[in-house]
Design a protein around this ligand. Structure first.
Ligand code: AMP
Ligand code: ZN
Length: 501
């Protein structure tokens, strides 16, 4: 498997450190609101990566975090905690907000058939691990304290910002505007934030109580956003926290770390700095980043009214799996322009795949013709073509295009009724195998009583050669979204959401 590594700006062979197991960490959601389709695109691409690796014969260990504290409204360590903002917005506690949106996230993941990570862990459960890493950084001389917290001194790490390839000078200039007073370098970042103090009505400085705060060797406060990912990835992927105590020498480089491209410059750059500072070892071998989703060519924003959730798509009648297919129809390293026309096309494609699968299953039940001896070879040839596409930096759009060619080849053979049951069994198993990668099959459902009745009436009219009546019933079924296909073995039906083909 070749994958594009942001660290080296090249496609590289993905070779796991330990045997055949690819150990993967991906940054999870900040649970202060519903996930939008941009977030979901990133999770779909990461899920596709895991599924493709498994299809190719690797084993995977996947860890995903839930950010339920510490992610501020600004990446520059200023602003408010997003969870506490959510709590105020909804008049609920920070803990309730986090629990509610974690559940909502998990339900969206199920609808998109995104596999739950092997370990799903919350930042608030790992404050002790974070504190231990910060203490190690302190011992190694990477930290300093200012009035608002403990900071990482990025000038102490010789290759800070290597991955980002950003112009550090430019970054420094830009950051000055929002610079926290006392910070030594613009790129320094908070490891631990102290509970802020404010002057009260009597002119006395008092701590502003946060809903989520902990004691620490530096005072009461809460962790900076980046440190949670170092703590949880080390804990669940390496032996660094085997007995609950941080042992930096036990850390083993993580194979893959993923997220959206917006995380390259700050979040992931800082994860690398603090992890490599604390262990002295390379943090991650392969960094994979998914490009952004745009809506009608624009950045998504609540204020623009173009921010959609899974529930919004469902309300408009779309299947979540159509959105998943749409994501896979663009390459993860290209920006994806979401439009409802494109989603319509994806929904049609989803119908095509599902009807193809049902057609194969029907013929499998009915076929009474001898085997086509080329069939196994044909399946093998297409499996190999798809394998080559997916193993080349996860080229899902081209792999899907090959699969659509496969469907048309098989459909032609079905039109000629030349596939025996064994061949059809191979085709069905191949589609099921690919469903484990793409997740495009859906339950077919049943006809309603009224539709079943119309279908039977049409059969009777056709048997009586009353074609006018037969056409009339066919048209009525079509108006209800049921499409008929006559085969040598009988009539099949499928359901469509579209008025016209
Ligand atoms: P957050 O909940 O803000 O931490 O974001 C969760 C994930 O969604 C991160 O991996 C982000 O990189 C990713 N993300 C945010 N916005 C978009 C977008 N418009 N398109 C693709 N990914 C996004
Ligand atoms: Zn992270």
């Amino acid at each position: 498997m070749k994958i594009y590594n942001t660290l080296t700006r090249r496609k590289e062979d993905l070779v796991p450190l330990q045997d055949n197991t690819v150990r993967i960490y991906t940054c999870g959601p900040t649970v202060y609101d519903y996930a939008h389709i941009g977030n979901l695109r990133t999770y779909v691409f990461e899920d596709a990566l895991v599924r493709v690796l498994e299809w190719l014969g690797f084993t995977t260990l996947r860890v995903m975090n839930i950010t339920d504290v510490g992610h501020l409204t600004s990446d520059a360590d200023t602003g408010e905690d997003k969870i506490e903002v959510g709590a105020r917005r909804e008049g609920r506690s920070a803990w309730e907000i986090a629990a509610f949106y974690t559940e909502a996230f998990l339900s969206d993941m199920k609808k998109l058939r995104i596999k739950e990570a092997d370990v799903l862990c919350k930042a608030t459960d790992h404050v002790s691990e974070m504190i231990q890493i910060i203490q190690e950084l302190e011992r190694r001389g990477f930290t300093y304290k200012i009035s608002d917290g403990i900071y990482f001194d990025t000038s102490r790490l010789k290759d800070y910002g290597n991955m980002a390839l950003v112009d550090l000078e430019q970054l420094k200039a830009g950051a000055r505007v929002e610079m926290v007073p006392g910070k030594k370098n613009a790129t320094d970042f908070a490891l631990w934030k102290l509970t802020p103090k404010q002057t009260d009505a009597e002119g006395v400085m008092r701590p502003v109580k946060r809903q989520m705060e902990w004691d620490s060797p530096w005072g009461r406060g809460f962790p900076g956003w980046h440190i949670e990912c170092s703590a949880m990835s080390m804990k669940y992927i390496t032996d660094a926290f085997l007995s609950g105590v941080f042992k930096p020498e036990k850390f083993q480089t993580i194979d893959v770390h993923g997220g959206g491209v917006d995380h390259i410059n700050v979040h992931h750059t800082n994860e690398i700095a603090q992890s490599e500072g604390a262990t002295g070892k390379k943090f991650v071998n392969y960094w994979v980043h998914g490009e952004f989703l745009l809506v009608e060519g624009q950045k998504m924003a609540k204020s623009l009214g173009n921010l959609y959730t899974v529930a919004d798509l469902e309300k408009k009648g779309y299947s979540p799996l159509a959105f998943r297919l749409l994501c896979l129809m663009s390459h993860y390293r290209n920006q994806m322009n979401f439009t409802f026309n494109a989603l319509d096309d994806a929904e049609k494609n989803l119908e095509t795949v599902n009807d193809f699968f049902c057609r194969v299953e029907d013929y499998l039940k009915w076929s009474a013709v001898p085997e086509l001896k080329e069939a196994p070879l044909l399946v093998e040839e297409f499996r190999e073509k798809i394998r080559l596409k997916l193993a080349d930096d996860l080229n899902t759009p081209e792999a899907l295009a090959v699969f659509f060619d496969f469907m048309s080849e098989i459909n032609k053979l079905l039109d000629r009724n030349v596939l025996g049951r064994e061949s059809l069994g191979l085709v069905r198993d191949f589609v099921l195998e690919l469903d484990d990668v793409f997740c495009f099959l859906q339950p077919k459902g049943e006809l309603t009583d009224v539709e079943q009745d119309l279908l039977e009436k049409r059969e009777a009219a056709r048997a009586a050669k009353d074609y006018e009546k037969s056409d009339h019933y066919r048209a009525r079924l079509r108006s209800m979204g049921v499409v008929l296909e006559d085969t040598p073995y009988g009539t099949r039906w499928r359901r469509t959401k579209f008025k016209e083909e």
